[in-house]
Every structure is written in C-alpha cells, then in structure tokens.
Write a protein that binds this ligand. Structure first.
Ligand code: PRT
Ligand code: MG
Length: 222
C-alpha cells in the first residue's frame, strides 16, 4: 500500500539545492511555476509552488535520477555527470538545459607525467565519486586502474598519496590550481538535463508536456 504522503495528484519535480536550483529558477518561471519557499533557507524537503498541481522535492544531486526513475518524482533536473553514473534507466531525457556547465576531467598533480605513465602501461590509482564512468573511460583507453570511491574533496587524494589521479568536475579550474593539480584529459562536457519518468511521460502527458515545452522555451534565456 502506498503511504498517504505519496498521494499527490499533480506533477512532482525533483531538484537539488545549490547551483541546480539557482540555475533552474528562470526555467521554472518560464513554466509559470514559483516555489513558495527557498530551499537554502527552508528545512522543508517538499516545497509547494504557487500552482497547486505542481510541487518540488529537494534531494541530493546524485539522488535526482533515482527519484524520477521510480516515479517518486515525475520530472527532475540532473547533471549529465550524475546521469552517466546512474545509467539513465527508466528516464526520458528530452532536454539539454545548458545550465550548470562544466567538464568531467582526469586531473593529476602538476608535473605528473600522465602520458608517460600510460605509455609505460603503469597501473593508476584513480580516486573519484564517478566510479562507473571512470571505469568505462579507462577501460576504453586500455588503461589499468584501481578505483577508489570517494564522496567529495577528490582534490585531496593525490596530495595525501591516496591516489595518483582523480576524475572530477572542473569549471573555472581554480580548485585544481589551488591544490597544484592540472587537468590532463576530458571525459565529457557536462550540463544539466531535464529528465522525465518514462511511465509518467506516457500516462500523464497532458500535465507534463506543457512543463517540458515551457522549459524548452526558457533554455538559453537569462
Ligand atoms: O553537494 P552534494 O554532495 O549534495 O552534491 P553535488 O556536489 O553533486 O551537488 P552540486 O550542487 O555541487 O552539483 C550539482 C551539479 O552541478 C553537478 O552534478 C554538475 O552537473 C554541476 N556542476 C557544474 C558542478 C560544477 N559545475 C562544479 N564546478 N558540480 C560541482 N563542481 C565542483 C567540482 O566538483 C569541484 O570540486 O566545483 C569544483 C570545481 O570548480 P572550479 O570552478 O574550481 O573548477
Ligand atoms: Mg557539492
């Protein structure tokens, strides 16, 4: 039996707070949706909006695809990094929102001879939050790696001897520079995507399609 809190007849949108929420605000506005609380200041995890048929749920960035995949949310906004790692099962990905842009990179301590290590067939210790994506990337290149799963502050791993290289997101490059690291290889260009539960898209299209269309009209606008 579904728990009573799960019974909501409208559209549930999953977002993470921080940059995704901030960068999505203008897209929500384009869709005529105004949140009635600010997740940075409210402790509420379910945020009502000015539309009684639309609510937001605030979850960890890496949990957004999971909520949408299982239909606990109908729609979500997730970084391509998170979607690559998740795999994308049960998700329809109709829109590149062109927000929260960055690059997923391999980075090493400044001066580390990455190309040489690969040429020699060295076995690399790779610290990352993106275990699956990193494993696929190095397997494709034929590089032998030992993966070390971390949940944050990847930049610290090479500085403490935990790993030789990291796989992490880079936008300005300031974090790498501040830790005497340098990017040596791009794995993927990243931006946030609109994701929709595949079943909801089929069964509740009349409610979801207008929101997706409004988001698409807002893409690229300030
Ligand atoms: O914080 P939490 O653990 O809950 O989750 P999260 O860190 O995944 O969430 P959040 O809000 O930080 O990131 C959400 C999404 O924003 C990511 O999944 C990316 O798709 C996107 N994004 C865009 C970024 C960045 N740019 C980014 N620069 N996410 C993280 N960073 C971090 C990066 O990991 C590194 O530590 O910023 C640092 C590098 O920034 P520069 O400017 O110094 O290069
Ligand atoms: Mg973060």
């Amino acid at each position: 039996m579904m728990n009573p809190g799960a019974r909501f007849e409208g559209v549930t949108i999953a977002l993470s707070k921080g940059r995704i929420f901030e960068d999505t605000a203008h897209l929500l506005k384009a869709a005529g949706i105004t949140p009635l609380a600010d997740p940075e200041h409210s402790r509420q995890l379910i945020l009502p909006t000015d539309r009684p048929d639309v609510r937001l749920v605030i979850v960890r960035a890496s949990d957004v695809p999971t909520y949408v995949q299982y239909g606990a949310a109908d729609i979500g906004v997730a970084g391509k990094d998170v979607l690559m790692e998740h795999g994308g099962g049960g998700l329809y990905q109709p829109l590149d929102l062109q927000i929260a842009k960055c690059r997923l990179m391999v980075a090493v301590p400044q001066g580390f001879d990455y190309a040489g290590a690969i040429r020699r067939g060295a076995r690399l210790r790779v610290a990352t939050k993106y275990e699956t994506t990193a494993r696929n990337h190095f397997a494709e290149k034929g590089v032998h790696v030992d993966l070390i799963k971390l949940y944050g502050s990847m930049e610290l791993a090479p500085l403490t001897g935990l790993a030789d290289v990291i796989v992490d997101l880079v936008s300005s490059g300031n974090t790498l520079k501040a830790n005497r690291l340098e990017a040596v290889e791009e794995i993927a260009a990243i931006s946030a995507r609109l994701i929709v539960n595949v079943a909801a898209w089929k069964l509740n299209r009349s409610r979801i399609a207008p929101i997706v269309e409004a988001f698409s009209r807002g893409v690229g606008l300030p």
